[in-house]
Structures are given as structure tokens and as C-alpha cells.
Design a binder for this molecule. Structure first.
Ligand SMILES: Nc1nc2c(ncn2[C@@H]2O[C@H](COP(=O)(O)OP(=O)(O)OP(=O)(O)O)[C@@H](O)[C@H]2O)c(=O)[nH]1
Ligand SMILES: [Mg+2]
Length: 441
């Protein structure tokens, strides 16, 4: 436990808002008594206080007193609910500094809670995810993890690894060379089961990461097909410049959307064509790179040119793409149901016809590909890396003939899993995990 006391403005201030200052550390209670001019209020109960410093009233607000260890950080914690004006928050921050408290660094409260054993790393990460959650599905995923679903999954795996390790260690006492029958088989069976479960979790985890980070959709097509018009129509604002001049869009322009709970990053790109200047050529290179790395490619075709279709767009659409025929307000030919192996949706970015259908089709595609199974999910690249290195150790375990080396692989596998919850190798991990936090959490 640290001996300095920290504070942070833990909630949004501003006109008509409430500002919450959170204090944590051995001197939190003393700071409250000094500011309120009276004894500590009853624990965990909102109490009205007039806060003063050097006979000057700072604000009239509410105080909450959470004596450690039954607090979020495990330390003494005070929360001050004040009026959110800038002058109030500035004066309060100055008063707390004057009392010798230190402003908290990003994630420092959660870090202290972790150090006090109040939460494991997955729950701490979930708090950051919940604060950042922009869609309902993201919120649900964060809450599930905050409830300990991932911690329980990983700790369950680790417990079974320990059992397997114990079996192998026992075998060392019996034999100098090969695993005795029976014991080796039981350990192998445990490892096989774990390998299967972890492999499945990696697949589901890729989806969990998507839900956390967003699904990337790239909009590509020939110049003037109406890509920017479509992106603007979906976004409901003029995010990208639209003009009748071919080659208007040069950079990749990103628009963030909530598609039925899925966070989506829709990228407008430069029109694909051969003859182009240096800047446009770079834009086209970026467009193709986007199409390549996107989860879904939306290929836009100019409906007035059908049945002719831009070859570069067909090539970049790929098998997982969705074809959109635009400008149906002006196209008279019937639009085919499928084109070049892709489903077709007919729209007019100009009038808005077909846009609702396009969104429904997109949402179904996203849900089909990325829906996360029930239960715990790996939500970060950090989790994935740890499970992958655990699996690698388990694969080596299976091929080792010498018992001692096999036992060592199981230890390595267990350590890899421990990195997810923070049960070991902790120090080096802390900075990575907590630096994404906002101040006051
Ligand atoms: N009639 C009609 N015109 C459209 C439609 N969508 C776009 N346009 C027009 O087509 C022209 C090109 O539109 P943009 O959205 O700039 O096309 P783009 O694909 O982004 O073009 P680049 O950025 O140059 O690659 C503009 O004049 C738009 O008004 C549509 O649905 N119907
Ligand atoms: Mg454009």
C-alpha cells in the first residue's frame, strides 16, 4: 500500500453538472475533516457538508466516506460531490493540493485496487472498457468481464494446468526417463481438453476484440460511383466532400457508427482508376490497402453504367464483399440479385432509397461473422497473446519425452495464463494495462 494520498476530478464538470472529486490514501479522511471543519461522517452515507478553506467557503455539497479496506481501492476513500462550475473545481483542486494531496495519474485508482487485491487485471480492464463503451453490445461485454467472467475462465484453466503439472511432477518421482503409463495419459487428457477449449476461445476472442475495437467496413468503387454520397447518407452528415468531379476523395475518411449495437468504422476512400496524379495515386493505394484489411468491403457500382462494371472494383470486392448498385434513381435497367459472386443491394445515395435495406443487410453480415458466443471472451490482443503462448507450451509438452522438460512446459503454460489475470509477472504488465485509463478511474 502506498503512503501518499491522491485525488482526481472523477466525473465531468461543466455548466449545471456535478463534479465528483475522489480521494484515496491514508490522508483522505483527514482532508475531509479539515475541509468540512467537523468529524468524519458515518461511513458510506451521503452527508451534506460545507467545504471551506482558510474561512473561505469553497462549496456546499455532499461527502461520502469509505474507510479502507472496504473501499474500491482498499484504502481510505472520500468522494466529494460538488457543483460542477470551473471556479469551484479549480478552488477545490487547489485546496487539496494545499493539503498535500497529489493529483492521480491515469488509471491510478484502479491500479491501487489491483495492488490491494480488490480486482484482477481483467476486471480492471473491463472498467476502462465500460467507460469507453459507445454501443449497447460493448457495454454488455464490458459488464460481463467486470463481473469476473474472464477471470473465472482463465483461473479455471490454470487450476486444471496445476493438476496436470502435479501429475507430471509425481511421475518424476517414479521414473528418470519416460512418463509412466496412466499418469501420463491423465495429464495428456487434461492438456488435450484445455488445448481444445483455448483454441475455441481464440476464435471467439477474435470476435470479442472486434466488438471492443469496432468492425471495419471499407467503401470502394470507381470515381464518381457515389461512395462519399453514400457514406454521408449513412452517417447523416456531410463527412466527406461530394462533387461531380472524378477523383474528389483522396484520403481515407472514417465515420463511426452504431449498427444495431455493433461499433462500426466506415471508411470512404479514393475512387479506383488508372490515370491519376501522384496524390490521387497515393489515395488509391490507401483505398486498396483498406479494402484488403477491412472486415467487410462495400463495393459501389454506378447503376447508370450497368451492366458494365468497374473491373478494379470487382477485383477488390473479394469473396466477402457486398455489392451496392448506386444511383437507381437514374438507372432504368433491372438490377441483378447477385453480381460477381456477391449479394447486391440497390440504393440511391441521393434520394435515400434502399439505404435502410443496405443497413439491415450489413447488420446481418456483421452479426453472422462476429457474434460473440455466450460466456467469457478474450477481449484484448494481450489476452490473445497470452493464450497463444500457453497453447505453444502445451504443444511442446505433448512432444517432450523427458519428464522434467515436459513439467517445465506446463509451468510455462501456467505462467502465460497468469499474465492475463495478473497473478504473476505483474510489475512489467501494470504500465501496459493501466496507461489506457482515464484520470479518476
Ligand atoms: N443521380 C444520382 N447521383 C448521385 C447519387 N449518388 C451520388 N451522385 C452524384 O455522383 C457524383 C459523385 O458523387 P460522389 O459521392 O462524390 O462520388 P465518389 O464515388 O465519392 O467519387 P470520388 O470521390 O471522386 O471517387 C456527384 O455529383 C453526386 O451528386 C445517386 O444516388 N443518384
Ligand atoms: Mg468521394
Amino acid at each position: 500500500m502506498t503512503d501518499d494520498t491522491i485525488f482526481a476530478l472523477a466525473s465531468g464538470a461543466g455548466r449545471a453538472g456535478i463534479a465528483v472529486f475522489r480521494l484515496s490514501g491514508p490522508r483522505a479522511g483527514e482532508a475531509l475533516t479539515r475541509l468540512s471543519g467537523r468529524g468524519l461522517p458515518p461511513p458510506r452515507r451521503a452527508t451534506r457538508v460545507v467545504l471551506t478553506e482558510a474561512d473561505e467557503v469553497l462549496d456546499d455539497g455532499l461527502a461520502l466516506w469509505f474507510p479502507g479496506p472496504a473501499s474500491f481501492t482498499g484504502e481510505d476513500v472520500v468522494e466529494l460531490h460538488l457543483h460542477g462550475g470551473r471556479a469551484v473545481t479549480r478552488a477545490m483542486a487547489a485546496a487539496l493540493l494545499g493539503l498535500g494531496l497529489r493529483p492521480a495519474e491515469a488509471g491510478e485508482f484502479s491500479r491501487r485496487a489491483f495492488m490491494a487485491g480488490k480486482l484482477d487485471l481483467t476486471r480492471a480492464e473491463a472498467i476502462a472498457d465500460l467507460v469507453d463503451a459507445e454501443t449497447a453490445a460493448q457495454r454488455r461485454q464490458a459488464l460481463r468481464q467486470m463481473d469476473g467472467s474472464l477471470e473465472r475462465l482463465v483461473e479455471g484453466w490454470r487450476a486444471r494446468l496445476v493438476t496436470a503439472a502435479a501429475l507430471v511432477e509425481a511421475a518424476i518421482d517414479f521414473s528418470d526417463e519416460d512418463l509412466p503409463d496412466g499418469i501420463g495419459e491423465r495429464a495428456l487428457a487434461l492438456v488435450d481438453g484445455l488445448t481444445a477449449e483455448m483454441t475455441a476461445a481464440l476464435v471467439n476472442g477474435a470476435r470479442g476484440e472486434r466488438l471492443r475495437d469496432g468492425v471495419h467496413i471499407a467503401v470502394i468503387g470507381a470515381p464518381n460511383a457515389g461512395k462519399s454520397s453514400l457514406v454521408n447518407r449513412i452517417a447523416g452528415r456531410e463527412a466527406a466532400i461530394v462533387s461531380a468531379t472524378a477523383g474528389t476523395t483522396r484520403d481515407v475518411i472514417e465515420v463511426h457508427l452504431d449498427l444495431g449495437g455493433w461499433p462500426v468504422i466506415l471508411a470512404d476512400t479514393a475512387g479506383l482508376r488508372e490515370a491519376a496524379g501522384e496524390v490521387e495515386a497515393e489515395g488509391i493505394r490507401r483505398a486498396l490497402a483498406r479494402a484488403e484489411s477491412a472486415d467487410i468491403t462495400l463495393a459501389i457500382f454506378d447503376g447508370t453504367l450497368l451492366p458494365e462494371r468497374d473491373a478494379a472494383t470487382v477485383a477488390a470486392m473479394g469473396p466477402a464483399g457486398l455489392a451496392v448498385v448506386n444511383k437507381i434513381d437514374r438507372a432504368c435497367r433491372p438490377v441483378p440479385e447477385r453480381m460477381d459472386g456477391a449479394t447486391v443491394v440497390a440504393v440511391s445515395a441521393l434520394s435515400g432509397v434502399g439505404i435502410e435495406t443496405l443497413l439491415v443487410v450489413l447488420e446481418t453480415m456483421v452479426a453472422d461473422r462476429f457474434a460473440v458466443g455466450p460466456g467469457a471472451v478474450l477481449t484484448r490482443a494481450r489476452h490473445r497473446a497470452a493464450v497463444e503462448s500457453c497453447l505453444a507450451a502445451l504443444h511442446r509438452f505433448v512432444t517432450r519425452r523427458e519428464v522434467e522438460l515436459a513439467a517445465e512446459e506446463l509451468r510455462l503454460a501456467g505462467r502465460a495464463l497468469g499474465r492475463i489475470t495478473g497473478r504473476i509477472d505483474v510489475e512489467e504488465l501494470l504500465d501496459v494495462v493501466f496507461r489506457d485509463f482515464c484520470i479518476g478511474k
